[in-house]
Design a protein around this ligand. Sequence first.
Ligand code: NAD
Length: 262
Amino acid sequence: MANSYIVDKFGLNEKISGIVGGSGVLGGSVARALAKAGSRVAVIYNHGKEAADKRVEEISAAGGEAIAVHADAGIKKDLEEARDKILSKWGRVDILVNAPGVNSTTPILDIEEEEWKRILDINLKGMFFACQVFGRYMIQNQIKGSIINFSSVSSEIPLSKVFTYGISKAGVNNMTRFLAREWAEHGIRVNAVMPGFFPAEQNRKILTEERRTSIFKHTPMGRYGEAEELSGPIIWLASNNASSFVTGTIIPVDGGFTGMTI
Ligand SMILES: NC(=O)c1ccc[n+]([C@@H]2O[C@H](COP(=O)([O-])OP(=O)(O)OC[C@H]3O[C@@H](n4cnc5c(N)ncnc54)[C@H](O)[C@@H]3O)[C@@H](O)[C@H]2O)c1
């Protein structure tokens, strides 16, 4: 009885998900989690086909269904082709998770236009065009979709060493709220998760020993997050039955980082 209630609330059977950045550490974990919750999953990758294929194999080995689809998040046409490949394979898309990300520690006075553009292009423009490309399909086909964007704790309070990245994520928050407002009338919910610190590829160089100490000091839980700890919030936001009245929110998953001061 309890089990069928949970399956009804959180289960994603019959749902199709596209995960931009699905070959990465957090996006890959999300792909596995959505598949375990019953969704068929498209792992959208730009480079690192091997990593994307590995995710697909892991999901298939666990009894799920997944495909790897190429798209550079900075190129709208790529995203349209990726969406169309998913549609030709499974006939619909219900859930979009936007988890591409690049970062840089360049000091503020040394940031050049090329780097600024690269980070904004992928982290903000890329996420917007993925929302637009999949959102247009959802609106035209009356799909009551769920879109989940990856924000960051650097989006609302200044965090050292990630200036351009933090600005891109502030844009992600605002965009998420705008789209939630605009698309609520179509039954499309748009939310974001705001992870604290999770060791991954894009932040490998930033998470030095010294920074780890100061992060742990400022995190009430005193540790890094583990990718799997995003699964619960993501499945909740993805499921129309579990989060039907939730849109335009930015959900911290940060061990208390943004909820404390000294
Ligand atoms: N790891 C953390 O502590 C943390 C904290 C806050 C937010 N985030 C966000 O989580 C998301 C996932 O990042 P992660 O930490 O797993 O890092 P990651 O480096 O493991 O994954 C990032 C993914 O983005 C993909 N990507 C980069 N450029 C792309 C492009 N042009 N087109 C398509 N995909 C592209 C990479 O191939 C990779 O798969 C990002 O949006 C990141 O900003 C991470």
